[in-house]
Write a protein that binds this ligand. Structure first.
Ligand code: FAD
Ligand code: NAP
Length: 527
C-alpha cells in the first residue's frame, strides 16, 4: 500500500510522530520490531530499570489531557510503570491500529518520488515520507569475547530482558558491564542470588537515584503549573526545569561551601548531579571538585578499602560518560555474597561453559548477564539497507561518521527524517521533549514543502558539513570529548569516532531549528 508517512519504531518518539501525522490528516503506517510498543521501555526490563530524568518531565507534553490524567507513582518511575504509560498513550490515541508489531524493517529505497520500505519478511510498503524513530540506544552491543557462545548456564542481556521474571535465588550470577544498566541491575540481583560477581572494566560515577513516592500535593502543584513547567523545560539546557545549577564556579567557593552544595545535590539524587555547578561540564577545576566529592562518597560507603579503590573512577571527568543513577550500588559491595573483578588488572581471557575465565582463574557461574551497552546513535539505521537519491547507500554517506543536518536530515536521503539521531541533543537532554520538538519542526517542514508545491526536500550542499562543525564546536566547549564513551562511538570496535550529540543544550538546539524554519529553510533544497 501507499501512505503519506511511514514511521519506523514505536518508542516515545515513534508513537508521538505517528499520532502527529494522523492529526495532520496524513495517512500513516508504522513498523515496530518488538511485540509491543514502548521502545527502550519494552526491551530493557531488567530488574532495577528506571528513568534518571524525573517522570513528570520524562513524559509527553503534547497533550494536556494526557498529562493531567496520568499520575506518576514516584519521582523516577521504574520500567514497568513507564511501559504501562506508553501502552496507555498508544491505546488512548488509537496508535495500536497504526503499527505493525513484531515487524522489523530491513531496507528502504528512494524511488525518486517515494520510499519503498521492505520488512525482514519481504513485504514492501510505500510512503512519501519516512520517519526513522528507531532509537539511539536500541541495538545492544555484544562484545566479541572469545567463547561467548560456549557458556552453558542462563544468559541474559539487560537490553533484551525477557518478559517473564528471572529467578536468581540460589544461583551464582555474573554481570559484565558497569554502565547505567549494570549499575541498576547489580543491587537487585545481589539481594536474591547466592553469589554475584561484577566484572568491571571501567569504574563509573554513580549517584543515588533517591526515588520516592510522589506526595499528592507535589503532583497537584506540578499539574497546576504543567504548561509553564514544560515551557521552561524546553528553554533549559537539559530538559529538566526544576534544578538550576549553582551559578558560581566551585573553585571560587570555600571548600566547605562547595561541599555543602555538592552534598545537597547528592542528597537530592539523579543525573542533575552532573550539573551541580553551571560550568561543571566545561571547566576542569570545577569538574575535579565535583568528581573528588563523589570519589570520597564511594570511599565512605564501601567498607573494604581495596574494593573501594577499584570502584573509584579515575579515567574520565565526572559526567563525561553519562552519570549513572543507582539504588544502593556501592553499598552492594559490602554484602558478603558480592565480589568485584577489576578487569583492568584481571582481564577476561574467555567465556567457558562453566563461567568467565579471567587472568587469575575461572569464575564459576550459573547465570551470565551482559550489560555491555549499545551501538548508539547510528546502530539501528546502519542495520537497515537504506539507499537514497541515485541509489547511494547510507553506509557510504556515513562512512566517515554520521552526517546530518540539525540531527534530523541526511543529505541524499530526501523526505526522510531521523528522531533523536546523531547531531541532536539526544541523551544530553530529556529525549522525550527533544523528540517532541523535532516532531513539531518536521510537520511544519512538511506543511512548508506542501505550500511551495514541492514533492521533496533534501539537505542543501554543504549544510550538513556546517552542522557537523556546529556539533564539533559545541563539544569542544565542554569536557565531554575527554571520555571514551558511546557518545563518541568508541565503545564499538571499528566505529568512526565522532562526538555525536549536540552539546549546546536543548534551548539552543530548539532555537537553531526554529531559526532554520523562520529563515525559510536555507539549509534545504525543495524540488
Ligand atoms: P526507542 O525507545 O529506542 O525506540 C526505538 C524503537 O525502534 C525500538 O522499539 C526498536 O525495536 C525499534 N526499531 C529499531 N530498528 C527497527 C527496525 N529496523 N524495524 C522496526 N523497528 C525498529 N533517556 C532519558 O532522557 N531519560 C532517561 O531516564 C532514560 N533512561 C533510559 C534507560 C535505559 C535502560 C535506556 C536503554 C535508555 C534510557 N534513556 C533515557 C534513553 C531512551 O532511549 C530515550 O529516552 C527514549 O526512550 C528513546 O525513545 P525513542 O522512541 O527515540 O527510541
Ligand atoms: P554503557 O554505559 O555503554 O555501559 C556498558 C558497560 O559495559 C561499560 O561498563 C563497559 O565498559 C562494559 N563493556 C563493554 N564492552 C565490554 C567488554 N568487552 N568487556 C568488559 N566490559 C565491557 O551501557 P548501558 O549501561 O546500557 O547504558 C547506556 C546508556 O543508556 C546510558 O548511558 C544511559 O544514557 C542509558 N541508560 C539510562 C539508565 C537510567 O538510569 N535511566 C539506565 C540504563 C541505561 P567500558 O566503560 O570500559 O567500555
Amino acid at each position: 500500500m501507499s501512505y503519506d508517512v511511514i514511521v519506523i519504531g514505536a518508542g516515545f518518539a515513534g508513537l508521538a510522530a505517528a499520532h502527529r501525522a494522523r492529526r495532520a490528516g496524513l495517512t500513516v503506517h508504522g513498523f515496530e520490531a518488538g511485540d509491543d510498543v514502548g521502545g527502550t521501555w519494552y526491551w530493557n526490563r531488567y530488574p532495577g530499570a528506571r528513568c534518571d530524568v524525573e517522570s513528570v518531565d520524562y513524559s509527553y507534553s503534547f497533550d494536556e489531557d494526557l498529562q493531567q490524567e496520568w499520575t506518576w507513582s514516584e519521582r523516577f518511575a521504574a520500567q514497568p510503570e513507564i511501559l504501562a504509560y506508553l501502552r496507555h498513550a498508544a491505546r488512548r490515541f488509537g496508535l495500536y491500529d497504526l503499527f505493525e508489531l513484531a515487524t522489523r524493517v530491513a531496507a528502504l529505497r528512494y524511488t525518486g518520488s517515494a520510499w519503498d520500505v521492505t520488512t525482514a519478511d519481504g513485504r514492501t510498503e510505500r510512503a512519501r515520507f519516512v520517519i526513522l524513530a528507531t532509537g539511539s540506544l536500541s541495538i545492544p552491543n555484544i562484545p566479541a569475547i572469545p567463547g561467548a557462545g560456549d557458556f552453558r548456564g542462563e544468559v541474559y542481556r539487560t537490553a533484551q530482558w525477557p518478559a517473564a521474571p528471572v529467578a536468581f535465588a540460589g544461583k551464582r550470577v555474573g554481570i559484565i558491564g558497569t554502565g547505567s544498566s549494570g549499575i541498576q541491575t547489580a543491587p537487585e540481583v545481589a539481594r536474591e542470588a547466592a553469589a554475584l560477581t561484577v566484572f568491571q572494566r571501567t569504574a563509573n560515577y554513580s549517584i543515588p537515584a533517591v526515588s520516592a513516592p510522589l506526595p499528592a500535593e507535589e503532583i497537584a502543584a506540578v499539574k497546576a503549573g504543567y504548561a509553564a513547567r514544560r515551557a521552561r523545560t524546553r528553554r533549559g539546557l537539559y530538559g529538566s526545569p526544576a534544578h538550576d545549577p549553582h551559578p558560581v564556579p566551585a573553585p571560587q567557593l570555600t571548600p566547605a561551601e562547595a561541599t555543602r552544595v555538592l552534598q545537597e545535590r547528592w542528597a537530592y539524587g539523579g543525573v542533575y548531579f552532573a550539573r551541580t555547578f553551571l560550568d561543571q561540564m566545561s571547566d576542569a577545576a570545577t569538574n575535579r571538585i565535583a568528581g573528588e566529592f563523589v570519589q570520597g562518597q564511594i570511599r565512605r560507603i564501601v567498607r573494604d578499602p581495596a574494593v573501594a579503590e577499584d570502584l573509584v573512577p579515575a579515567d574520565h571527568p565526572i559526567g563525561t560518560k553519562r552519570i549513572c543513577t543507582d539504588s544502593g550500588y556501592f553499598e552492594t559491595f559490602n554484602r558478603p555474597n558480592v565480589r568485584l573483578v577489576n578487569l583492568r588488572r584481571d582481564p577476561i581471557e574467555r567465556i567457558e561453559p562453566g563461567g568467565v575465565r579471567t587472568a587469575t582463574g575461572l569464575h564459576e557461574l550459573d547465570v551470565l548477564i551482559w550489560a555491555t551497552g549499545f551501538d548508539a546513535f547510528t546502530g539501528a539505521a546502519a542495520r537497515m539497507d537504506i539507499r537514497g537519491r541515485d541509489g547511494v547507500a547510507l553506509s557510504a554517506i556515513w562512512s566517515g561518521g554520521p552526517l546530518t543536518y540539525l540531527g534530523l536530515l541526511v543529505p541524499g536521503l530526501p523526505n526522510l527524517v531521523l528522531l533523536n539521531g546523531p547531531g541532536s541533543t539526544g541523551p544530553l537532554a530529556n529525549m522525550v521533549l527533544c523528540a517532541e520538538q523535532q516532531i513539531d519542526w518536521v510537520f511544519d517542514l512538511l506543511a512548508a514543502a506542501g505550500q511551495r508545491g514541492a514533492a521533496a526536500f533534501d539537505v542543501a550542499p554543504g549544510a550538513a558539513e556546517r552542522w557537523s562543525e556546529v556539533v564539533d564546536e559545541a563539544a569542544r566547549r565542554t569536557l565531554f570529548p575527554k571520555a571514551r564513551s558511546w557518545y563518541l562511538g568508541s565503545n564499538i570496535e571499528g566505529k568512526p569516532e565522532r562526538f555525536m550529540p549536540y552539546a549546546g543544550g536543548l534551548g539552543a538546539y530548539v532555537d537553531l531549528c526554529a531559526a532554520e524554519a523562520d529563515a525559510g529553510y536555507p539549509g534545504l533544497t525543495f524540488g
